[in-house]
Ligand binder design. Sequence first.
Ligand code: ASP
Length: 322
Amino acid sequence: MKQAVIAIHGGAGTITRAAMDAAREREYSAALEHVLQAGQRILAGGGSALDAVTEAVRLLEECPLFNAGKGAVLTRAGTYELDAAVMDGATLRAGAVACVQRLRNPVLAARAVLEHSEHVLFAGEGAEAFAAAQGLECVPPGFYYTAARTEQWQRARAAAGMLLDHDAATLVAQEQAGAEPIDPDSKFGTVGAVACDRHGNLAAATSTGGVTNKLVGRVGDSPLIGAGCYADDVAAVSCTGTGEMFIRAVAAHDVVAQMRYAGLSLQEAARRVVMEKLPAIRGRGGLIAVDRAGNVALPFNTEGMYRGSARVDGPVEVSIYG
Ligand code: ASP
């Protein structure tokens, strides 16, 4: 049981420290703690890593503070398109959905693909039909609405750019400082979980609304196995950041490959991907990873990343900034 642990993220590139106030910081920390405690309970009860990450990401999707499920960002057309993936390291089974517009919990759809289909990735209406046939809850698009995201989207449209998550507050601060309205180092958001259970089995899950004002049909790294989500018997990884770069770097799998083939530790493999390989192609963001010994790595190359981890018998630890 010693190695049983869960780690989660709520996106890299947080609201800048300057734009964050104490009450808001407490709100984020409380949400992360709540999710970690739920994951801890599952692992403590002998639950699988797969169950722990699925439930953690479902709870993060339910929380409007994060860019996944309710609280997702808008596309250029003012619609919502959500992506999610889940992978079981013990069996190498994986499931994912992309561009779904009416599923309450995309991660549950991904889990259903893993469990009840011979395929790995479904997109759009086919994904929704599959999930509905599995009895998963469908919602009208308005379900995902939050005032904060809509405001963020309107500002992005006004600036005619593609804006990553959490920028609304940053933009206000920048404008007040007389700076450009769009920050080239703009922020990201996605949620994810990785876990190691009492048997040393690993799993990872990732879910996102993508980037604000994205073109309709754009798919990032989050639902792509190996890019934004990966688990095997070496490590489990969930990513957040500039999706296109994470896809090109095959970031999640690269952490595992460096451990497997080059003998690197989890810490060193994760550090190389996030602090060297991604920056070399202007990739911004971070990842969370666990290995089968229960080691945890949470590197990011942005100002912050909503993150936390909890061992079954230990304290819940959450942080936002470096
Ligand atoms: N990686 C996600 C995407 O590109 C966004 C994010 O993590 O903020 O869709």
